[in-house]
Design a protein around this ligand. Structure first.
Ligand code: TXE
Length: 492
């Protein structure tokens, strides 16, 4: 394959499923076109797999489970560390593949997505070497110790915004703990998951431990979640889909982890370091074209700083360079799909109907170059003057659009922040430490960043409240999710 996913003959590359250590065609022989967002043109073919392919993958995972679950942690760890090393070795290839597949700037894929995928494997490879087992002595009667055993075959489903980053965030803890897995990337962004099969093979991961089935959520995702032999499902994606996953898993009593959407508040108090707040808010608003579930799409600024913040923030936003994702100077790449860019346009129109003013952006840019003339681009957009509780301020847009709203009192902004169905993440900018603690405690989100955004320590619990999800990922939370505790009680 060339860097752009074309074979030497110029033919589109066919992505394949990865089952039992082999690349295989989907049983039904059907493929979907995989579009490059920056050009709007198909550049590879992705298997349109179905339940039969999932069946094969589950069988392979079941067959691999006894051997893998009994493999000593130190040996599992060594293989995962090799995967991490190989991802780093292939950084350029993987970053380019991710950028082409998603439309994100190559620099972002190089500096964030792919390094984080390597860190995910390295983190869980070493975490399993440092676990402790609980023991409870029942006075004079018994001694208890708690085993943590792998679950069996687990299903891992991930979205398109951070493809390898989020899929590896599930694969690494799942297989580190001794489970075997059937994983499904988004049908919109299948390429790096496809390439990961090769990496796992080279690292010596035994056949069947990781199986990757490509295809739609309707055909493949639902077959994974409904499969009786898949005992747990870890899902990241939209809230509506998460509800479907939960509905399928509940009657089967499967363990489920759901990382869903967000409509995250970003609160700037007048006493904040305004330079830091503006720089941080630009990132939290527009990183990955705003297509990160953690992006702070509702900005609230305390009245004395409001005018200055809006002025400076919109100026900076207007200076962000929207361009060909493969160009070095590009800060904003393409939106993942035509559907998603239409959704962004819909919300910008809705915002204006709801009384909002477009302070900057609000439309697609001129084509960055000839190659990208049919690509899915949208200018980073700032909207002011919106009523706090309108639809634009409540519904997840998942694109480069933020609103800015003034506030006067601390209790008022806490109410605004919490008056939302989502509860994933928030940011608070202030130099008053007491206020930072006070506000952080009262905001209903799984993560509160104070004077920062997206600072990630892989040990901390990560996940959302309310409609942003169920359960937590990261560190011990992930090790617990992917294992079953069993207490052994020995009489004295
Ligand atoms: O997500 P989906 P989409 C949000 C964001 C976005 C919306 C929809 O608001 O606009 O979700 O995006 C698979 N059973 N987020 O359509 O559909 C699907 O194939 C099992 C937030 O991409 O939820 C993909 O692999 N699986 C998010 C994965 O689920 C199913 C990041 C996620 O797709 C399925 C991305 C089914 N019935 C979008 N239907 C975040 N929080 O990070 C689909 N899938």
């Amino acid at each position: 394959m060339t860097e752009k996913g074309q074979s030497a003959a110029g033919e589109q590359v066919r992505i394949l499923n990865f089952i039992d250590g082999e690349y295989v065609e989907p049983i039904g022989g059907k493929y979907l076109e995989n579009i490059e967002p920056a050009t709007g043109k198909p550049y590879s073919l992705v298997p349109d797999s179905d339940q039969r392919d999932v069946e094969l993958a589950v069988s392979a995972a079941q067959k691999a489970f006894p051997g893998w679950s009994r493999t000593p942690a130190a040996d599992r760890s060594r293989i995962l560390l090799r995967i991490a090393d190989l991802i780093e070795r292939d950084l350029d290839k993987l970053a380019r593949a991710e950028s082409i597949d998603t439309g994100k700037p190559l620099s972002l894929a190089r500096n964030l997505d792919i390094p984080r995928a390597a860190s995910n494997f390295r983190f869980f490879a070493t975490a399993i070497l440092h676990t402790e087992n609980e023991a409870h002595v029942t006075d004079g009667v018994a001694f208890n110790y708690t085993l943590r055993l792998p679950l069996g075959v687990v299903g891992l489903i991930s979205p398109w915004n951070l493809p390898l980053y989020l899929l590896s965030w599930k694969i690494a803890p799942a297989i580190a703990c001794g489970n075997t897995a059937v994983a499904k990337p988004s049908e919109l962004t299948p390429m790096t998951a496809y390439l990961l099969g090769e990496t796992c093979r080279e690292a010596g991961l035994p056949n069947g431990v990781l199986n990757i089935i490509q295809g739609t959520g309707q055909n493949v995702g639902s077959a994974i979640t409904a499969h009786p032999k898949v005992v747990a499902v870890s899902f990241t994606g939209g809230t509506v889909t998460g509800r479907k996953v939960a509905e399928t898993c509940a009657p089967l009593f499967k363990k489920v982890s759901l990382e869903l959407g967000g409509k995250n508040p970003n609160i700037v108090f007048a006493d904040a370091d305004l330079d830091a707040a503006i720089t941080g808010s630009l990132r939290s608003s527009f990183a990955n074209q705003g297509q990160v579930c953690l992006c702070g799409s509702r900005i609230f600024v305390e009245r004395p700083a409001y005018e200055t913040f809006v002025q400076r923030f919109t100026d900076e936003t207007g200076r962000l360079k929207v361009g060909d994702p493969l160009e070095k100077s590009t800060e904003q790449g393409a939106i993942v799909s035509k559907v998603q860019v239409e959704k962004v346009k819909f919300y910008v129109d809705l915002a204006q109907h709801e009384g909002g003013k477009v302070a900057v952006g609000g439309s697609p840019p001129a084509a960055p170059n000839e190659r990208c003339k049919d690509g899915f681009f949208f200018c980073p957009t700032v909207i002011t003057d919106l009523p706090v509780s309108c639809r634009t301020n409540r519904e997840e847009i998942f694109g480069p659009v933020v609103s800015i709203t003034p506030f006067d009192r601390e209790e008022e902004v806490i109410h605004y922040a919490n008056d939302c169905d989502y509860g994933l993440a928030s940011s608070v900018w202030t130099q008053n430490l007491n206020r930072a603690h006070r506000v952080a405690e009262q905001i209903h989100t799984g993560t509160v960043w104070v004077n920062c955004w997206l600072v990630r320590d892989l040990r901390v619990p990560f996940g959302g409240m309310k409609q942003s999800g169920v359960g937590r990922e990261g560190g011990n939370e992930a090790l617990h999710f992917f294992t079953e505790p069993k207490n052994v009680c020995i009489a004295k």
